[in-house]
Design a protein around this ligand. Structure first.
Ligand code: 4NP
Length: 153
């Protein structure tokens, strides 16, 4: 059985598609499934934001086959780890959880790098390209930690 990891943000067009692409690039497809979703549905069916596609491409990662979807309650059953980008994502996902097992799957992704600090991946949607560069590096560092953790469980 593959270990399944879900990356979650608000729109599923900026941060979580990048997190999905970065983590996928670090793990073997045969042992891991990585997906992403948004707590909101506004962008469902869309490709990632072109600025996320561009920054990923700069580092050799292709996001163009991804399509946005909304987080759903069944994701608690499907995924082993659910990483959220900020406190608002956390609150919105936790609201849908009905078991402690489900609640325990949900983690702020930057706590993998800075344990218990509850730092957030800032939403780059309304900013410029530098925001996407910053987000890329934050997520790359977090995904490196996640890779190490998951490969050594
Ligand atoms: P994301 O960024 O949560 O990183 O995908 C956003 C994208 C779109 C919107 C908000 C955040 N929006 O309001 O449409």
């Amino acid at each position: 059985m593959k270990t399944k990891v879900l990356m979650v943000c608000l729109g599923n067009i900026c941060r979580s598609p990048l997190a999905e692409g970065i983590l996928k690039s670090k793990l073997s497809d045969s042992a891991f499934l990585v997906d992403s979703a948004g707590t909101g549905a506004w962008h469902a069916g869309e490709q990632p934001d072109k600025r996320s596609i561009a920054i990923a491409e700069k580092y050799g990662i292709d996001l163009t086959s991804q399509r946005a979807r909304q987080f759903k309650i069944a994701d608690f059953e499907i995924f082993d780890y659910i990483y959220v980008m900020d406190q608002s994502n956390y609150d919105n996902v936790i609201k849908l959880a009905t078991t402690t097992d489900a609640i325990n799957k949900v983690k702020l992704i930057l706590n993998e790098v800075h344990p218990d600090k509850n730092l957030e991946v800032p939403d780059p949607y309304f900013g410029g390209d530098q925001g996407f560069e910053n987000v890329y590096h934050m997520l790359d560092e977090a995904c490196e930690k996640i890779k190490y953790k998951l490969e050594n469980i």
